[in-house]
Each structure stands twice: as structure tokens, then as C-alpha cells.
Design a protein around this ligand. Sequence first.
Ligand code: AMP
Ligand code: ZN
Length: 474
Amino acid sequence: MKIFNTLTHKVEEFVPNVPGKVNMYTCGPTVYHYAHIGNLRTYIMEDVLEKYMRYTGLDVKRVMNITDVGHLTSDGDTGDDKMLKGAKREHKTVMEIAKFYTDAFFDDCKKLNIKTPDVVAPATGCIGEFIKVISALIEKGYAYEAGGNIYFDTSKLKEYYVFHSFNEEDLEVGVREGVEEDTNKRNKADFVLWFTKSKFDDQELKWDSPWGVGYPGWHIECSCISMKNLGEYLDIHCGGVDNIFPHHTNEIAQSEAFLGHKWCNYWFHVHHLNTNDGKMSKSKGEFLTVSLLESKGYDPLVYRFFCLQSHYRKSLMFTWENLDNAKTAFDKLISKIAALENESDKGAVDEECLENVLKARFKEQMDSDINTANGLTVLYDVLRANASAATKLAAIEDFDRVFSLDLIAKAKKAAQEQKDSAADIPKEVMALVEERKAARKAKDFAKADELRDKITSLGYAVKETRQGTEITKI
Ligand code: AMP
Ligand code: ZN
């Protein structure tokens, strides 16, 4: 399997540290509000990556954090505390907010068939670990105390900007207009590991530490939660592209300074879902959530299908029209699979064709940097293939272990509905339909038209589709 590695800027063969086993880490949500469907694009594509790894036989252990402390409104060390903002907005405690939106996040994931990682760890549950790692960083000379806070000293590293070569002068993380620069920092790129001199006098969550009562910076949680659960060597780390800098850059800085060796080999980043009108931002009133899609009558899996239609390394434009197009394509796909389900003689599974033709094509696409867009087109190849219905259905079920679109269950339901609606049609109409089919077969189109008129006069419409004859009540 080949994937694009943000660290090397290349598509590379994926080789885990221990053959057959994968240690995978995912940056989890900041639980101060509902996840927007942009966030969920990232989790859908990471879910596909995990499931495809499992599909190829790899034994994956995946760990995710929940950010319930320390994330400021900028990704650097400025702005308000996001959790505190959420709590104030809803007149609740930070922990109430965290619980509510963590549950909401997993409800959304369930609706989108996103598997829950093997380990899910809230940052507030690992404070002891953070203190241990920060203490070691101070001891090794990688961190310093200034103005009451503990900072990571980026000048101590051979290379800090591991993902890109930034110009120091261009670095404006968290330094926005109207926000004062932190004069405690020795270097512009230094970042907070532990806050004691809080800008937020009303900070609810505080812990005792060797440096005074305070709370952790945002980045330390991912390093610590990963190392605690997955050990010193991480195979793959995932997130959205906005996480590359400063978050993942800082994670690498502190983890490798602590460990004294390379930490993670592959970095997988999902590009953003965008809108024309900024509806993706959680800070703006009505933003795009799974519940909003549902309230407008969309099945959440239509959104999953929409995401799979594009490569994860391309930014994706969300419009209602684009979602409608995805819905139409998804419904058509289901009805084609339903037609296979309704075939009276499905035949036997041709193992040779299934393994060496159909699955091989699917693997070829997915091995090529998780190309879900092409992977989905293999489904259409399957539908057109010169193979029995049983073989086709077996291939679709197999690919859906990765796509997770409930293709077979939905098709079975649609097939039953097709049958039920056929059962409602009076015998007299069905007899005319059969007669018309025979006339068409005999190329007697005048008679076929005459029969169609008779059927219409009895209150039914008859139409030929690629799935066969469709009869509906007028
Ligand atoms: P957050 O809850 O802000 O910590 O973000 C959760 C995840 O969503 C992170 O992996 C982000 O990189 C990712 N993310 C944020 N905005 C978008 C977006 N518009 N499209 C895709 N992923 C995003
Ligand atoms: Zn993280």
C-alpha cells in the first residue's frame, strides 16, 4: 500500500515498524461545540484509511484524544480558551460541555459509520503524563520557565520546521492584530507546555504541578496520549491539514526531544471541506452539522459517499447542489444493487473472478494513496462485469468493509420495496405489462404502445429502465 507522507512530500510504500502491526494516532475533536461536516470529512477519510489497512490484513491499534482543555481560539498560544467559551455560551461547566459534545461527536460518527478508535482518551484524564513529560523536557534543557509558564525552546532543535522550510519572519502563529505577543518567549516559535500565569482568571480546570497551579498547553496532549498508549514508535499520525502547523510540528518537537529518537514515520493529512460562505466555522451561528443534513432529509451516508467521491488530498467544495448530485448517484447505485438482489437466479460465486479480477481492481485503486474516488468507480465496473449476480454481490459486500456505506443492507431494503410495490399492482395490469413485454421483444412496437395506453387508462405508468420494467401508480 502506498500513501502520501507529509513528512517527505512523497507517495511512499507504507511499511510499519513491526511487520503486520500498525500503531495509528488520530487528533480528536475539541469538544466545545458540535463537529461540523468539515471535521467529519477528516474523520471519514481516516476511518477509510484504518479500515483499508485492516482489510489488507494489518492489525491496527488506533488511539484518539479528546481535547477538553488547553486549546485556545488560535492554534498557537493566543486567544480565548475554546472550552471556556463553550461553557460561557451555554451557562454550563466546562466538564458538562465536554461530556455533551463528546457524546454528540460519537453520535455523529455512528451515523456516518465511523468506527470508534480502540482507545479514546480525554486530555483531562492524562494530566500526570503531561507533567512527567514536561518535567523531563525541562531536565533535558528543551523547556524553560518564564513569567510562570513553561515553554518549549525550539532553538534547541536541529530542525523545527520539519514539514516545510518556513522563514522565521513569516511565522505569525497566533499573533493577530489586537493580540499581544507573548514577551516571555525566548524565540518566536516557542510554544507553551504548561500555563500557570493564565490570561483567564476564570479558568475552571486547574491542576497542581511542580510549577504551580495551572493547565496544559494544547499540543502536549497528543504526544503524551500517543506515547502512553502506543509506545515510543508510532507508525502513522493523522489529522486535517490545518494540524500540520503548528500542532503536528510541535508534537514532533516535544516527542522527539523527550524520546531522543525519531517518533512517527508517516503523517497522513486530509484536506479541507470548504464552502463559499464560511458556513464551516463553528464560531458562526448556523454551521453545517450532521443534524442539519438530517433535518433537510439527507441520509448521513450520502455525505459519506460524497466524501468518498473525492480524493482526500484535494480540497472539497460543499454546496447543496453537490450533495444532491451525490444523493442521486448513491440512490442509483443502491437501486442497481437492489436489482441484483432481485434476480431470481443469482448463480454461484466465481471465486477466481472475485479474487483476481474484481478485488484486485479495488485493491489497485486503494493501494494507490487511498484513491476512494477510483475505488468507487470499481463498484460500477463490478455492476457491468460479465459475472453472476452472486459474484457481484460478494464483491460489493467485500469492498463495503472499507467504504462502510451499508450498500447491501440498503439494497436489500430497496429490493424488498420494489417487490412490495410490484405486489400492490392488480393482476389485470400485470397481465398487460407481461403482454407488452412480449410485444416489445417481438419488436411489435405499435402493439406495445397500445398496451401502454391501456395500462395508463387503468391508472398505472409503465417505463423501461436499465434495471428493468418499472410500474408506478399515477
Ligand atoms: P477540532 O475539533 O477543531 O480540533 O478539529 C477536528 C479535526 O477536524 C482536526 O483533525 C482538524 O484538522 C479537522 N478540520 C478542521 N476544519 C476542517 C475542514 N474544514 N475540513 C476538514 N477537516 C477539518
Ligand atoms: Zn493532536
